[in-house]
Design a protein around this ligand. Sequence first.
Ligand code: NG1
Length: 407
Amino acid sequence: MTAASGLGAAFEDRFGVPPTHVARAPGRVNLIGEHTDYNDLPVFPMALHREVRIALRPRDDERVALYNVSDEFPPVEFEIGPAIEPYVQGSWGNYPKAAANELARRFAIWRGFDGVLSSDLPVASGLSSSSAIVNAVGLALAHINEVPTEVREFAVVMADAERYVGTHGGGMDQAISLGARDRCAAKITFSPLRLRHVNVPDDWCFIVADTGERAEKSKAAMAAYNSRRAECAEAFRIVAGHVATTNMTEKLYTSYPGLVGAVEPRTLVEAAEQVLQGNLLRRFRHVVTEAARVEEAVDRMYAADVTGFGALMDASHASLRSDFHVSSVELDELVAVAREGGAAGARLTGAGFGGCIVALADRWTVGSVLETLVAEYFERRGLADRIDDRLFVAVPSRGASYGAIES
Ligand code: NG1
């Protein structure tokens, strides 16, 4: 970026001087592994070419003044500290505050910045626009205050930071947005955090399509999300106890990775059927089978097996719909239309409750999938305006960065 670019000019209009630095952090699309991260089980996302950018100038005091180029989001201004008072629930300003609050809790930081933010990520669509804001603000404050930003450690700090808004999320979004590599997806494992980068085959196209239905996790969907997390923990406690007392395992496991490493998924689900009913059984079955699908999907990508990868995406969606109850009429319809258009597989991506789907096609079928989605979903629902924001092929992109602006 140069000082004369659009964002640089917006900064200069606002503050009367040019910006000196830019912080950027991409959104992500999760290919498979949904609602597994907060159970410490793997995920397989990639970073997008769409991102949050902040043109900024460090200040010599502890204030952050941040303008959003979109009128939808009012300016925010606050003082950095370890106990920042949040705005009302659902305000976008809580994401910058989240990063500042967590960094101040852990490090002696005292310098803020003036900034102007722009984003080309659809909001509340399951593409992690919120984590991109947290990461971009966090990276900026870390650099300005000389806090280390090694990806694996910093991603954990940023994941803790985002819980400030009230969602008890996992660590996938912050990790992929900070640590992604160009042309790669990454299998991410947790506790400790590790990223294994896998080249996305050149002729694979991951299509992102937005239902147009917002999934505001900082608002209505928050309770539904948090209750899923609690149910997964409760189901785990019961099953881990059961398999230990019946000597299926040699010890009492205290985390999902230990348990799924010790007992193969089918046996584990059969054991769960003896002690769980209803939604607890469904949540457990989703989590355990989804973790197995992630392992398999990584192998399918290495083997460039588009059909095999697609089948796993279909199975993931079915499980998210029937066992995890996070799909919607619109998400199911988009998935069906993508399959009708020739996609190898399709599923909801992100937390669900609305937002986007991801569909896999190869370079020979991608045109037909896109056309079918436009004709059979977007035009029928009167959503064909701004189609490039609602429907695009994801470019696997590099993670976040911070740097000086050339003048
Ligand atoms: P979304 O809502 O798609 O950004 C959320 C969580 C993830 C993960 C997914 C479901 C946050 C910031 N993100 O993602 O950690 O649990 O749901 O797989 O809470």
